[in-house]
Design a protein around this ligand. Sequence first.
Ligand SMILES: C/C(=C\COP(=O)(O)OP(=O)(O)O)CCC[C@H](C)CCC[C@H](C)CCCC(C)C
Length: 328
Amino acid sequence: MSSPTPDVPASESRDARTRQMLGMKGADIKEASIWKIRLQLMKPITWIPLMWGVLCGAASSGDFTWSIENVLRSLLCMLMSGPLLTGYTQTINDYYDREIDAINEPYRPIPSGAIPLNQVIAQIWILLLGGIGVAAILDITAGHTDFIMTKLALGGSFVAYIYSAPPLKLKQNGWLGNYALGASYIALPWWAGHALYGTLNWTIVVVTLFYSLAGLGIAVVNDFKSVEGDRELGLNSLPVIFGVQKAALISATAIDVFQIGIAVYLVTVGEQLLASLIVLLVIPQITFQDMYFLRDPLKNDVKYQASAQPFLVIGMLVAGIAMGHAGI
Ligand SMILES: C/C(=C\COP(=O)(O)OP(=O)(O)O)CCC[C@H](C)CCC[C@H](C)CCCC(C)C
């Protein structure tokens, strides 16, 4: 084990290492193995929502049963959506952001020169092909003749590409970029989980795209950390377009209204009990918005996410179970 950098306190150095392993911001560490650098590029912390989305989809299919085979297939699907395809997404995002990062976060793996560009490109291809390959394996083992998992993996990878790469670079547009983010964290893995066990249908597609508008609200919360930089670089995030306070209100409204919208929909399909549970799970989120986020979005964005998000993600699973139960 290497010792902490001499002029940095041990606890700070440990914190930087943990941040590096998870791919969080503030991972400013000088010496690390190339594998840790590769992992840092893949930002493991961001895999979690996409892996969770697969569970929600499996639940909404109504056809998941607890067998070793099904558990293994779920794990394979999570490997595809998390480490492989989200890892690809994050690596390609850092690749196309390398010039901006050289100004804002020069210690990141690419601008700091910790990994050569040709190795980054190789990593992008390996993760992309790995993700598509696993999707094809899932299709073959599930007997899908329409190769739905492969199509979803290809579609998701394409969205990830246009999110980060010019000329479209969706992330430059506050609405489009954040909706793409919301949909890829809620709808896409949900469809994958659903299609793995059942048949993906238009109702599930439309309902989860509606749910993704709550994801848009969540994605906006992440824009408060970089308002000044985004303004200077011409990135039209919602806080840049509307100002901090109004953008926070839009974000909180989207988060609450679209979750409640899902609860209303569930009532219409006869799932009153689980719909009420979703409404109950929105209440603490509103409380944290009032306590932290709306009072000072710039200071409390991370604290708000950490406090409120668990209630949103539990609500997603409840919605998945309700849809499965209603036979949608
Ligand atoms: C790169 C992403 C977010 C980072 O954005 P940003 O540049 O603002 O953040 P940094 O400050 O950290 O640089 C995520 C983008 C997600 C993308 C729109 C689509 C992802 C697609 C899925 C990975 C595909 C999954 C398909 C599967 C489940 C079938």
